[in-house]
Design a protein around this ligand. Sequence first.
Ligand code: NAD
Ligand code: ZN
Length: 248
Amino acid sequence: MTVRRAAELLGAARNGLALTGAGVSAESGIPTFRGEGGLWKRFDPVKVASIDYFLADPSAYWSASKERGRVALGASPNPGHAALAELETAGRLAAIVTQNTDGLHQDSGSRRVIELHGSGRTVQCLDCGFREPRSEVQARLEVEMPPRCRSCGGTLLKPTVVLFGEAMPQAAVQEALALARAADVMLVVGTSLVVYPAAEIPLVAARSGARMIVVNAEPTPFDDLAEVVIHGRSGEVLPEIARLIVDG
Ligand code: NAD
Ligand code: ZN
């Protein structure tokens, strides 16, 4: 049985690493980009999630971001997040590298979380650098569009996420690559593995000798590289794996 095989591999890990994507938060009610119910079927990503679009028209950006922000801020971790936190506590995962910006891994108790695409919980003014919690800006969106910087009054308030056309946070990328090189087991969950350099992480881990487990609702381009592939929901599969490891 594949869940049992995944538990065997991960249960023996001394330097396990997880890479997570939007799929792990789908069961928390946050829509993924691609795949079933994916946002990109409704919006053109390069338009609404690019730095050029943001700079050209912050109001349009925030109008599109308003609904997503409300959903993400109201979301709670699901059993998949909890299982990953448990695996870290049990010493089977050294860290989680995530493409998510929702902060749910941290809410669930995971300690070492590397955010490749930044965090949506904070907003920063591109003019003066002033930072505020997204929750405070979110509350203002009803009466102020685009939201204004509380420090300089400017209108270039941007969530601290990596938009298309922006550079990746180099320290996070380097840390993730170093973890991938050192990993003995690579657990890939809820990501379509089409966004680089995030998709590079499992490739580097595999090249360095890590054994790979993929848990995803649908096939991914890396299934052939994995020793165990489980097509299912992370909120159901990960707790089963964790239970087998932690309870024996
Ligand atoms: P993606 O949307 O491209 O792919 C999500 C994958 O998860 C799909 O292959 C889908 O089949 C799978 N999936 C859906 N529900 C699942 C479930 N319950 N269990 C397991 N798998 C499930 O996501 P991505 O690869 O992370 O790339 C999207 C980009 O968008 C990322 O860069 C990320 O920064 C951003 N994003 C973040 C969030 C978030 O923070 N929660 C949400 C949407 C998009
Ligand atoms: Zn400012």
